[in-house]
Design a protein around this ligand. Structure first.
Ligand code: ADP
Ligand code: MG
Length: 496
């Protein structure tokens, strides 16, 4: 059922107190005012600044006070005899006052027998516990394809351009604005007309630019600039081969060929083994934008807001697609989602939203999720069919450590210097890539401090003992992780 039908049914079934959850108050008002569904009703808006204002129909008898106040507002609504929808703006800001809550609840009883409805729009779905029984909540979703198309048609008509956009271009424009609010979309269309005078191919560039800046404003998604390539990763040959094989997978050719778009991978392994690096390098290899999602911030938001935030972030990722959605250190967000205690089931709901999306998504958003600790991850996440593969990254083998030294040393000394890689690898059994990097920097610091001489192999070997590898501190945990990984995951490292 679409939003207006749902809203209409709710009103006709004698709900007199309705909460519309939306950031787009103006769009809601316009939708209701224009809809023939409510032509028998007056539409009256109230806010603290202007008091009552009639949008449509008759409002005989309603009096504005010198200075608007919420109690007076409810009294006037009660007195009014007629068929009307009252839209009370910002009314949730008064919910802190107990007299307001009580008046609303009493009024709710009175209104049931009348043809009056009170609508309160709020940006989030949070309601005081006292009101939950009385209020019916409906979410106004972001504008859909049809609604945006209509807006675009209006804009095109207003330009009376000699070559209106082709149906293909129109489709492209509408699709690329999905996920934005109507206010944003209208502003965008105006910007396009101001810049180019017409709607043509150049519109897409402006829309993408706008989306990037919206992502910057939002807190949950971040555009991650990528310089890395697969050459920056030492070892992990199996994982790299898997990624290489899929370099072309989001192209039109692959689609025409009938290949399904891959969903994503989960990379598990102890910290410092190159999981985050792999996410970045994949974006470099596939030449796709990398969006990093901070799930911690999804959960951090106010109760009730988190789901909406997640959905908005997902919408944005889909509109940017094809892209890579990087969810780093999953366990930080999902720890506790199975316990259910403490957060009123929010994390479980978020997890559910996320999993459902993964299952059903059709847009080419490739997820790269990483995790250090499976014990803290909800098992549902690892069930077959969620990810294309779950990779386990082990500590680097001897030959992998050689490769890592080579990659990292070539970075700091691009003019080839000879190092005995076998010797270095031999000395660093049990060390992760991140620790090897730390060893190299440590050696460089020491040499620099010693009259700024060039660092040597001996400096590096000397630094090895300075750094205790994390694997030594948590050998038991690593053992358990390996056992877990044996039958459930693919190896990221090659066998050698
Ligand atoms: N296999 C590797 N090859 C090259 N560098 C590595 C590798 N593993 C780790 N590093 C170095 O350590 C840094 C941190 O690794 P990171 O990818 O953040 O580890 P993780 O995400 O697994 O904790 C990387 O930026 C890179 O400099
Ligand atoms: Mg990491």
């Amino acid at each position: 059922m679409n939003f207006l039908d749902n809203f209409n049914t709710t009103i006709r079934s004698n709900h007199s107190l309705i909460n519309i959850v939306t950031y787009e108050e103006a769009r809601f008002l316009l939708m209701v005012a224009e809809s023939p569904l409510f032509k028998d009703k007056s539409i009256i808006v109230w806010d603290l600044a202007d008091g009552f204002k009639t949008i449509k129909g008759s409002t005989s008898g309603i009096k504005n006070k010198e200075r608007a106040d919420p109690i007076h507002c409810l009294q006037e609504v009660k007195k009014f005899s007629g068929n009307a929808i009252f839209i009370l703006r910002d009314f949730h800001l008064h919910f802190r006052e107990s007299i307001i809550l009580r008046s609303l609840r009493n009024l709710n009883q009175d209104l049931r027998a009348s043809k009056k409805t009170i609508v309160i729009t709020t940006p989030t779905s949070t309601l005081p516990a006292e009101l939950r029984e009385d209020v019916c909540q409906i979410e106004l979703e972001l504008p859909g394809y049809k609604e945006i198309e209509k807006e675009l048609d209006n804009v095109v008509a207003s330009t009376s351009q000699p070559n209106p956009p082709t149906p293909q271009l129109k489709e492209k424009i509408v699709e690329s604005t999905l996920g934005l609010s109507m206010v944003n979309i209208k502003n965008l269309f105006s910007r396009i007309i101001i810049t180019h005078g017409v709607i043509d191919e150049r519109a897409i560039e402006i829309i993408l630019h706008e989306k990037r800046s919206i992502i910057k404003k939002g807190e949950i998604l971040e555009f991650f600039p990528v310089q890395e390539s697969l050459n920056d990763i030492g070892g992990l040959e199996n994982l790299k081969a898997w990624l290489r094989k899929r370099s072309q997978v989001f192209t039109h050719k692959a689609k025409d060929y009938g290949l399904p778009a891959p969903k994503g991978i989960l990379i598990i392994g102890i910290q410092g083994t190159g999981k985050s690096l792999t996410a970045k390098a994949t974006a470099g290899l596939w030449k796709l934008p990398l969006l990093r999602m901070d799930l911690g911030k999804v959960f951090g938001s106010l109760l009730g807001e988190s789901e909406q935030n997640l959905r908005q972030a997902i919408n944005l990722a889909e509109t940017i697609s094809p892209c890579i959605l990087w969810v780093d250190e999953l366990e930080k967000a999902f720890a506790g989602s199975t316990g259910g205690a403490g957060d009123g089931g929010t994390s479980a709901r978020i997890l559910g939203t996320f999993l459902t999306w993964m299952q059903e998504k059709t847009k080419p958003v490739f997820i790269i999720a990483t995790g250090n600790d499976v014990a803290q991850l909800p098992p549902e996440l690892m069930r077959k069919g969620r990810f294309d593969e779950i990779f386990f990254v082990d500590l680097p083998s001897n030959s992998e450590r050689q490769a890592i030294f080579k990659v990292l040393l070539e970075k700091v000394r691009p003019v080839i210097r000879q190092f005995n890689l076998e010797k270095l690898a031999e000395a660093t059994e049990g060390y992760s890539g991140a620790e090897i990097e730390q060893i190299i920097y440590d050696a460089m610091f020491n040499a620099f401090d010693d009259n700024q001489r060039e660092f040597t192999e001996e400096d590096i070997l000397g630094s090895v003992s300075e750094i205790i590898p994390i694997s030594r501190l948590m050998s038991e945990k690593i053992g358990a992780l390996r056992t877990w990984a044996t039958h459930r995951t693919r190896k990221a490292n090659s066998e050698t």
